[in-house]
Design a protein around this ligand. Structure first.
Ligand code: ZN
Length: 410
């Protein structure tokens, strides 16, 4: 009943938005209309913030075929998974706080204000009570500054142990391809953990800078620190075989030195690169290169590891992202048997495989979801009884225990 009422209200707003009348409003009326829509946006953000934590707790996003809560929220809000994750984090801490819940129910806070309030409350319990009076009149900037002040005070009074525990809980290393080119990263880690590696890193950076300065270069220390880090991460001189990088390029692009329409030049799991960058990688070992010539795939160089099966390479070429419509994940994809029945002659190997991200792979293996169709027309089919994320996580754990018992059995 409640949902129907809300859906009718949304339909009403949608009808007004599409109304031809909007094209002929004068300046004053336009201002009032924009004010109304801004309020609708605020109300919407509050409604999402109030409901999202329940969806997460119940794991009900899995019932509509989404692998993670962030993917679900991103798909309904039309935002990136990173933005959706921030929004979820804010909503989760918001509903635990009485003042915030009240403010959300009143539709008083915008999505941006909510993010500031929630992160302040997480770091400095009680911050929301101090910040709420500012929400109506202060600018976002003033609100953020005051939140930062409260966080700093809380940091000062927090026990050292609690502070380190919090850092440990939120530790991460993330990277993504920057829209302007290059890979941009960020990390958070415990000071002690960092202290173990920082001196070695800075020593290597200092050495690189000395060498470079002798050659007349004057770049920043930060630049050499990154060079040192890449050196160390690349395992130069460690003697261990490093995992191979997979480069996918079409013969035409290689010949012309740039990717034309329909051309491909991509590092698997990272994203598109220039043909120049690809050539640089080709000059190195422990790289596997797939060259596509028309529909044929040829392996050009050998790799430091065993060369995978032809069919696996063809699969990587075909499924650049998780095949579940709308997912778009590129990292950590897994090949999965999708059991497409191609009728007479039986399915060929490649036709019977698809690449899935880990959460979607879990939904398929443990939640009964199915892939139907084929390349370019995949459909993600729900089981008769879609399961919650909690159920799927339990099923996965159970399967892991069973697998382990079987391997170590008699
Ligand atoms: Zn996926």
């Amino acid at each position: 009943m409640f949902v129907e009422e809300l859906e009718a209200a949304v339909a009403g707003v949608r009808r007004l938005l599409a109304s031809r009348h909007l094209e002929s409003v004068d300046g004053d009326e336009a201002r009032r209309v924009a004010g109304c829509f801004a309020e609708v946006e605020r109300l919407g953000a509050s409604g999402v913030a109030l409901m999202a934590p329940r969806v997460v707790a119940a794991g009900s996003y899995a019932k509509v075929g989404h692998g993670t809560a962030a993917e679900w929220l991103g798909s309904i809000a039309g935002t990136s998974p990173a933005a959706a994750r921030r929004c979820l984090k804010a909503a989760t801490s918001a509903v635990e706080c009485t003042e915030m819940r009240r403010a959300l129910k009143g539709g008083e806070v915008s999505a941006s204000q909510l993010e500031i309030l929630a992160s302040a409350e997480a770091a400095a319990p009680g911050a929301v009570r101090r910040l709420m009076p500012m929400v109506a009149d202060a600018s976002l900037r003033e609100l953020a500054d005051e939140a930062a002040r409260l966080r700093a005070i809380a940091r000062g009074s927090q026990g050292a142990r609690a502070r380190r525990d919090r850092v440990h809980r939120f530790r991460h290393l993330s990277w993504r391809q920057d829209p302007g080119g290059g890979v941009r990263g960020e990390f958070l880690c415990d000071e002690v953990a960092w202290a173990r590696v920082a001196p070695g890193l800075d020593q290597r950076a200092a050495q690189l800078r000395r060498d470079a300065h002798r050659a007349g270069s004057t770049e920043s220390f930060g630049a050499y620190r990154l060079d040192a880090w890449l050196d160390i991460m690349g395992g130069h001189g460690s003697g261990k075989a490093r995992p191979h990088t997979l480069l996918l390029v079409d013969a035409d692009s290689l010949r012309r030195g740039r990717t034309g329409p329909g051309g491909t030049c991509e590092v698997d799991g990272i994203g598109p690169v220039s043909v120049d960058a690809a050539r640089e990688l080709i000059g190195e070992g422990s790289l596997q290169i797939l060259v596509r010539d028309g529909v044929d795939i040829r392996t050009v160089t050998k790799t430091s590891r065993a060369i995978p099966q032809r069919v696996e390479m063809a699969l990587v070429v075909r499924d650049r992202v998780c095949v579940v419509p709308g997912c778009g994940e590129v990292a950590g994809l897994q090949a999965d048997h999708c059991d497409v029945d191609y009728g007479k002659g039986g399915p060929t190997e490649l036709d019977n495989l698809a690449r899935l991200c880990v959460p979607h792979h879990d939904l398929k293996t443990h939640g009964g979801w199915k892939l139907k169709g084929g390349p370019g027309k995949w459909a993600w089919i729900a089981p008769a009884r879609p399961r919650s994320a909690g159920y799927i996580a339990r099923a996965r754990r159970l399967a892991a225990i069973k697998g382990k018992a079987q391997r170590s059995g008699p």
